[in-house]
Design a binder for this molecule. Structure first.
Ligand SMILES: *Cc1c(COP(=O)(O)O)cnc(C)c1O
Length: 379
């Protein structure tokens, strides 16, 4: 089945009791058993709920994986992956991660005896230098947030397999429409469903997809034991959002391309970060592993002044200043003070999160209006 068909049909069956074409919101905590232990596969909604089950099947199908698991947020999904590890285990992570992921690793899990190496993975051969007998997990995002670096997934997977490491990929920015990490050798795909999968800025949710039966069973055990599961109403909203994922992402990409090119030639703009440019250092890898380049764009201003960046951001009329991304509406973010404030200043400078860095989540509004908004804000 092709992607657009899966987005609409995968995981979703007409409700057997009524024929309802849309999966109902099973707003129930428990399920009646005619005799103890005799049930229809549903006992308690933390463990399994029909609305969540349909969504998990849908996301797994979109990622070309066998098993899907939904969590109450993207960070709860990442948290479940880390709970596979034991004290003394080491994790090699990309040094340009979502700020909350960095915070979870360094502020929560480091004190439980996990050791993290945050390294530059733009050249994946760098990874091997950090592998020890204790290394268990490779964690990366591509494109990265907010620098839009590209990491070679097939290359990272080769290294993971050689050293028997688990490879987990945060596929939030790309979405399965643009990039399929499991096909390229990843063991776990993670999503902040909050972003493009939900797509309408009305739900906070996370997901994991895995192919291996044992790995998926271990993650499902953690999902049920720790209990960070989403409610059925939120699952319904995401099932609805996913039906237009392919159309939305196509338009995000189209609008993103026009805006990236406009910014590149603007006299006030110093540098534009977008993997679609031939001059992007890993453009060829992006071209090989992604269908298109997405709607996320970062740029810096000449002079690198934070005040100037704030002035530009406050001048937008359509782009709203907000955290998050991936919704139908356009958003603008100042990474250093908003999403990435939890990363220390020196670390931010190293990565390139300068004071004038502005990140755009280009929405699916009419491109003429978006361009006009950017033109007048920069003026
Ligand atoms: C938002 C985000 C997360 C965290 O997800 P939440 O749903 O906010 O918990 C993780 N990774 C990336 C790339 C994100 O953008």
């Amino acid at each position: 089945m092709k992607f657009g068909t899966k987005a609409i049909h995968a995981g979703v069956e007409p409700d057997p009791s009524t024929g309802a074409i849309m999966t109902p919101i099973f707003q129930t905590s428990t399920y009646v058993q005619p005799s103890p232990g005799d049930h229809k596969g549903f006992e308690y909604s933390r463990t399994k709920n029909p609305t969540r089950h349909a969504l998990q099947q849908s996301i797994a199908a979109l990622e070309n994986g066998k098993h899907g698991l939904c969590f109450s947020s993207g960070l709860a999904a990442i948290d479940a992956v880390l709970k596979l590890l034991s004290p003394g285990n080491e994790v090699i992570a990309a040094n340009d991660l979502y700020g909350g992921t960095y915070r979870l690793f360094t502020k929560v899990y480091a004190k439980f005896g996990l050791k993290f190496h945050f390294i530059d993975m733009k050249d994946v051969s760098n990874i091997e230098k950090y592998v020890t007998d204790n290394t268990k997990l490779l964690w990366l995002e591509t494109p990265t947030n907010p620098m839009m670096n590209i990491i070679d997934l097939a290359g990272a997977s080769k290294i993971a397999k050689k050293h028997d490491l688990m490879l987990a990929v945060d596929n939030t920015f790309a979405t399965p429409y643009l990039q399929l990490p499991i096909d390229l050798g990843a063991d776990i795909v993670m999503h902040s469903v909050t972003k493009y999968l939900g797509g309408h800025s009305d739900v906070v949710m996370g997901a994991l997809v895995a192919n291996d039966d044992q790995l998926a069973a271990d993650l499902a055990f953690i999902q049920n034991s720790s209990g960070a599961t989403p409610g059925p109403q939120d699952c319904f909203l995401v099932l609805r959002g996913i039906k237009t994922l392919h159309l939305r992402v196509q338009r995000h990409c189209e609008n993103g391309r026009v805006i990236a090119n406009f910014l590149k030639d603007h006299p006030k703009v110093e540098k534009v970060y977008w993997p679609g440019f031939e001059s992007h250092p890993n453009h060829n890898i992006a071209k090989a592993q992604m269908k298109d380049f997405g709607g996320m764009i970062s740029f810096t201003l000449k002079g690198n002044s934070k005040e100037e960046a704030f002035k530009v951001m406050e001048s937008f009329k359509l782009f709203s200043i907000a955290e998050s991304l991936g919704g139908v509406e356009s958003l603008v973010n100042h990474s250093a003070t908003m999403t990435h404030a939890s990363i220390p200043y020196e670390e931010r400078q190293k990565i390139g999160i300068l004071d004038s860095l502005i990140r755009l989540s280009v929405g699916i509004e009419d491109i003429d209006d978006l361009l006009e908004d950017i033109k007048s804000a920069l003026a």
